[in-house]
Design a binder for this molecule. Structure first.
Ligand code: ADP
Length: 615
């Protein structure tokens, strides 16, 4: 039996200061003390496991490498026991009596800089072991070091200026921390409360955690295991657990990196786009861990906005357990993580596109909208994202898509731009007048069907040094490229005269009328002459009832001197001016219809009847 002589010790001044703040704090998330004590316990077991590899003689060597937690709501106590490496008396003094912990140090530094008792800082930095005093009126630590020649010890304190240590009998290896709760914090002696907290913060702690005899953490921290050992089903199970999902993940990326940051990450793309039905915006779904302990679930800045449907975990040993988004240093760290992970994810998608093009195409159909959003808004990753975009085109089959890189590889000699057409669907684009000039020259045109496409194209602007050009824009010129075969045609003079007459006839409604290089089968086409207001945008604005829709149309009319209607019009102009006027108006309205710009059809219908009368 050892000599029991309780010895009183003073806390180091900084610890006193810290405890004073912690005890009097009104900090609302006091619950983090559970995370702090459990991660200390887990660290202690981890250290013991290492010692077992080298040390022959370890005290209480049969003790399980586990953490046992018990609640006693009558006594208002919470007890956390680990069979880790434990502490000698000297270690208790060193570790729990002086300030060693970097988080506590940073906390005090921030406090002195803030010049006030800002209790919010507790949550940001965490104060390790001392956080127990936010909820405790007394904390008792029973500890026995792994060294067999050291006696058991009992450390206790009410968190005021001092603590006591005494020798104790029958102490098992490791630490048993008994937290006697303040009355107002007695709910931490409720099993369900602690269970919730353990599931939230400590679900992946590597050693078994038992709460009142029942195992709590049954899911492994899969991200820290080697890929080759993990079965697909295990990944799926993990995904379902972590993302609270019921589907199977569509894609997964499991990677680790050592430089520039130490990272283990396991990321999933769900089966379906959560925003598909436009009901709500997806919330970020990737959580941040430091060595299996949750730092923050779903932090906003960990990944760029456009990766919000991604689920999973990122674990970095480089993170202090108590990361804060407020302090510059931590912000920089999260930004760095963001950069590394995003780059890696983009590379992963690129590989997927190359190695599993069909699966990638399915992924793109479901999630391409996010890549488009990124390409339009995220300047940092624009180039990588542009490579991942896919479009149908005039050369693909319906339903098949091409990349911009493949488009570029098929560009014709002399072709400087990448052409695209915005339209509601393939059939509408193919039937419209815009495609024919490109088709006749064997020029490929990308088909864009989605509402965001125009915005995306305007923001991406170029790919591989080639500008993206809207096929229905007046600035997109085709004359330098080989012309379609000439057939019977008005002469240049006749065409110019007809164009002049048309301009006079149509007046302010057209900006310019001229002979077209791009028409083959259609008599005329309306080209957008307003750089800032495409027909598509105008339609959208109108649908949203925005003012822009009321600004006057600015279109150029191009006519096809080879087309029968135009040739006929040139003669009708002299022989039957009245009818020619009707034809000119109708020609223009037809062109507006193809452009989706005819707003009021009543006049046109009246005119059509007039024309029909003359048949
Ligand atoms: P941190 O864990 O961040 O170092 P703490 O204030 O929580 O800071 O703990 C201070 C030190 O006390 C730890 O570094 C560790 O050496 C020791 N310690 C705390 N809890 C335990 C435990 N359960 N078993 C063994 N040592 C512990």
């Amino acid at each position: 039996m050892s000599q029991h002589t309780p010895q009183k010790y003073e806390f180091q001044t900084e610890i006193k200061q810290l405890l004073d703040i912690v005890i009097h704090s009104l900090y609302t998330e006091k619950e983090i003390f559970v995370r702090e004590l459990v991660s200390n316990a887990s660290d202690a077991i981890e250290k013991l496991r290492h010692l077992q590899l080298t040390e022959k003689e370890i005290f209480d060597d049969k003790a399980e490498l586990e953490i046992n937690i018990t609640t006693d709501d009558k006594a208002k106590t919470l007890t956390i026991q680990d069979f880790g490496l434990g502490m000698t008396r000297a270690e208790l003094v060193e570790n729990l009596g002086t300030i060693a912990h970097s988080g506590s140090k940073a906390f005090l530094k921030a406090l002195s800089e803030n010049g006030q008792k800002n209790t919010n800082l507790i949550g940001q930095f965490g104060v390790g072991f001392y956080s127990a005093f936010m909820v405790a009126k007394k904390v008792t630590v029973y500890s026995h070091s792994w060294r067999a020649d050291e006696p058991g010890q009992v450390w206790s304190s009410d968190g005021s200026g001092s603590y006591e240590i005494d020798v104790a009998d029958d102490v098992r290896r490791g630490c048993k921390i008994v937290v006697e709760l303040k009355d107002e914090c007695a709910d931490y002696a409720q099993e369900h409360r602690i269970k919730d907290l353990l599931q939230r913060y400590s679900a992946f702690v590597g050693f078994p955690i038992n709460l009142n005899g029942t195992r709590i953490n049954t899911v492994q921290a899969l991200w820290l295991r080697s890929k080759s050992e993990i079965k697909d089903e295990e990944y799926t199970e993990f995904y379902k657990f972590q993302a609270h999902a019921h589907d199977e993940p569509r894609l997964r990326l499991h990677f680790n990196a050592d430089a520039p940051l130490q990272i283990n990450a396991l990321l999933f793309v769900p089966k379906e786009n959560p925003e598909k039905f436009g009901l709500s915006r997806a919330e970020p779904g990737v959580s941040l861990y430091c060595r299996k302990v949750l730092i923050e679930s779903h932090p906003k800045d960990l990944l760029p906005e456009w990766l919000r449907p991604i689920k999973g975990v990122v674990d970095s040993e480089d993170l202090p357990l108590h990361i804060s988004r407020e302090t510059m240093q931590d912000k920089a760290l999260v930004e760095k993580l963001n950069k590394v992970i995003t780059k890696r994810f983009l590379k992963f998608l690129e590989d997927e596109a190359k190695n599993r093009p069909e699966a990638y195409a399915e992924f793109f159909n479901e999630f391409g909208i996010y890549l488009k959003e990124g390409a339009a808004l995220d300047f940092t990753h624009r180039d990588s994202l542009a490579k991942l975009l896919r479009f149908e085109s005039s050369l693909t089959e319906k339903g098949k898509q091409t990349s911009l890189a493949d488009y570029v590889s098929r560009m014709k000699d002399g072709q400087k731009e990448i052409y695209y057409i915005i339209g509601p669907n393939r059939a509408a684009i193919e039937a419209g007048p815009y495609l024919e000039g490109f088709k006749a020259r064997n020029l490929e045109v990308l088909f864009c069907y989605e509402a965001v496409d125009e915005y995306v194209m305007n923001n991406v602007r170029e790919f591989d040094g080639k500008p993206l050009a809207a096929a229905d824009n007046a600035d997109t010129k085709l004359e330098d490229l080989p012309k379609p075969p000439e057939g019977e045609s008005l002469t240049a003079d006749q065409t110019a005269a007809l164009a002049k007459w048309l301009k006079e006839t149509l007046g302010e409604r057209v900006a310019e009328v001229k002979s077209s290089d791009r028409l083959v089968d259609s008599p005329a086409v309306a080209l957008n002459a307003d750089k800032f207001m495409s027909p598509h945008l105008r339609r959208m604005m109108k649908a949203m009832n925005k003012d822009g829709a009321e600004s006057p149309l600015r279109v150029n009319l191009e006519i096809n001197p080879r087309h029968a209607v135009i040739r006929k019009l040139a003669t009708t102009r002299d022989s039957s001016p009245e009818r020619a006027q009707l034809v000119a108006e109708q020609l223009f309205d037809n062109a507006l219809i193809s452009a989706g710009l005819l707003e009021d059809t009543t006049k046109m219908v009246q005119r059509l009847y007039k024309l029909l009368e003359q048949v």
